[in-house]
Design a protein around this ligand. Structure first.
Ligand SMILES: Cc1cc2nc3c(=O)[nH]c(=O)nc-3n(C[C@H](O)[C@H](O)[C@H](O)COP(=O)(O)OP(=O)(O)OC[C@H]3O[C@@H](n4cnc5c(N)ncnc54)[C@H](O)[C@@H]3O)c2cc1C
Length: 415
């Protein structure tokens, strides 16, 4: 595949951009692969990429029922951070954040990683204590975060009202190298790199059944026919329960819709990401100028990918007190994604009752930030058949053993 570079842009400009290659191929499925990954979201594509990059396994198919990146990966509000409380989570999310730093260079694809700084506002005394505890934990984990006082919050976010009557800003947990990346580009960059290694990305190909014998997967039935495989990775986020059922096991997981919305584009007014967990909303400004606003999950299980009116009302009502200027903005569009929630709000990277079948799910409202680290750890699990140090704590047996990785505070507000 031809590299993207300033010279390539100049060359193509001279010939009316007629010479660009397709970023990835769209082949028909082969009869058999060394590994199949179900789900071409960020996590599935990153898993395939690191299988090739780190383990030389390239006879791989990634099967996607819709279009690649069309699930939660293309629907999220793109927040990247690693300020988690528990050690295994901090290690995994910090690995991912570190890989994001050079991902554009690594993939030769601009994923627009923007470490613009992330603030988690403390608006109650309980939150102050909680975030101070997280700062201390992060210090021990080697994750760079710090506590900042209200005056510094105001300096970083001039549009904020720190003296709100109900929820004044009492400080913030600040991660300077947290930020955002372009979600589609992350999926597209990994897809292009996978295709370049000879992997097959097969879109419009839904897995409808998993065929197994003597505790081993033999292949999958799909809307494009039967495909055999030596190993299977299930990476389907909100549809994990259904695909696990096809493979004959149950997951401690539930699916709910999580919603977000964007405003009309306005001039640059906020160059950091702000999360306000008490009032339950978070906001950043996109490169186009839209205010990207995330709210909460629906209070009931469902598989809709739509927005609903009461969420706009609830989320904006929550944010308006802290950001009065957004009361004058028109909202442009809203949407939803189907997220996969575990009881301890931590992911599952795990072996399954089928010997050659592995599952990656449970990222819930906050898995975009984890994509590179999750792909790295999942590839190791699939290649070696055993979890490496990053994935070891995230096996699903933890729910049977009562060994939870409780991140309900870190993941308390969506994302
Ligand atoms: C509104 C919203 C805001 C969010 N904000 C953030 C944020 O700011 N920061 C953050 O870190 N995270 C955020 N998240 C969470 C994040 O988007 C997800 O955790 C992450 O994208 C999950 O990626 P994935 O690859 O596992 O899943 P997906 O991108 O959903 O990919 C799974 C794929 O599997 C496919 N699939 C399902 N069933 C089958 C089948 N039977 N056969 C074939 N293919 C199948 C689906 O079509 C889908 O494309 C947000 C999510 C939402 C919905």
């Amino acid at each position: 595949m031809k590299r993207y570079s300033v010279f390539a842009i100049a060359r193509e400009a001279m010939r009316q951009h007629q010479g660009w290659e397709k970023a990835w191929a769209s082949p028909a499925p082969k009869a058999q692969y060394d590994a199949i990954i179900i789900g071409a979201g960020g996590h599935g594509l990153a898993t395939a990429y690191y299988l090739g990059r780190n383990f030389g396994i390239t006879n791989v198919a990634i099967l996607e029922k819709g279009w690649l990146g069309g699930g939660n990966t293309g629907r999220n509000t793109t927040i990247i951070r690693s300020n988690y409380l528990q050690d295994p989570s901090a290690a995994l999310y910090e690995k991912a954040r570190g890989l994001y730093e050079n991902l554009s260079q690594e993939l030769n694809y601009n994923v627009m990683f923007s470490p613009r700084g992330l603030l988690m506002l403390a608006q109650t005394h309980h939150e102050v204590r909680g975030y101070l505890r997280t700062v201390h934990a992060n210090m021990l984990q080697g994750v760079e975060t710090r506590w900042i006082e209200p005056a510094e919050v105001k300096q970083l976010v001039p549009i904020i009202n720190i003296d709100g009557p109900r929820y004044p800003v009492l400080g913030a947990l600040y991660q300077e190298r947290g930020g955002t990346a372009r979600h589609d580009a992350v999926a597209w960059g990994y897809a292009r790199a996978c295709s370049d290694m000879g992997m097959d990305i097969i879109q419009q190909c839904e897995v409808t059944a998993v065929r197994s014998k003597n505790g081993q997967v033999e292949g999958v039935e799909t809307t494009k026919g039967y495909i055999g495989t030596k190993k299977l990775g299930i990476v389907v986020a909100g549809h994990s329960g259904q695909v696990a059922e096809m493979a004959g096991f149950r997951l401690p997981i539930e699916a709910v819709a999580l919603q977000a919305l964007v405003s009309e584009p306005i001039k640059p007014c906020m160059d950091v990401v702000v999360m306000a967990n008490t009032v339950h909303g978070y906001m950043s400004q996109s490169d186009k100028g839209e205010m990207v606003i995330g709210g909460g999950t629906d209070g009931f299980n469902n598989f809709t990918q739509r927005g609903s009116f009461h969420h706009i009302e609830e989320t904006l009502r929550a944010l308006v007190e802290t950001f009065p200027m957004i009361s004058r903005l028109k909202m442009l569009r809203q949407w939803g994604g189907v997220v996969d929630m575990t009881g301890d709000r931590s992911p599952i990277l795990s072996k399954t009752p089928l010997g050659n079948c592995f599952i990656n799910c449970g990222w819930g409202t906050g898995g975009f930030k984890a994509i590179p680290g999750s792909g790295w750890a999942m590839a190791e699990l699939i290649a070696k058949g055993e979890p490496g140090p990053l994935a070891a704590a995230f096996g699903m047996e933890r729910f049977r053993e009562g060994r939870f990785i409780d991140e309900s505070v870190a993941a308390g507000v969506a994302h």
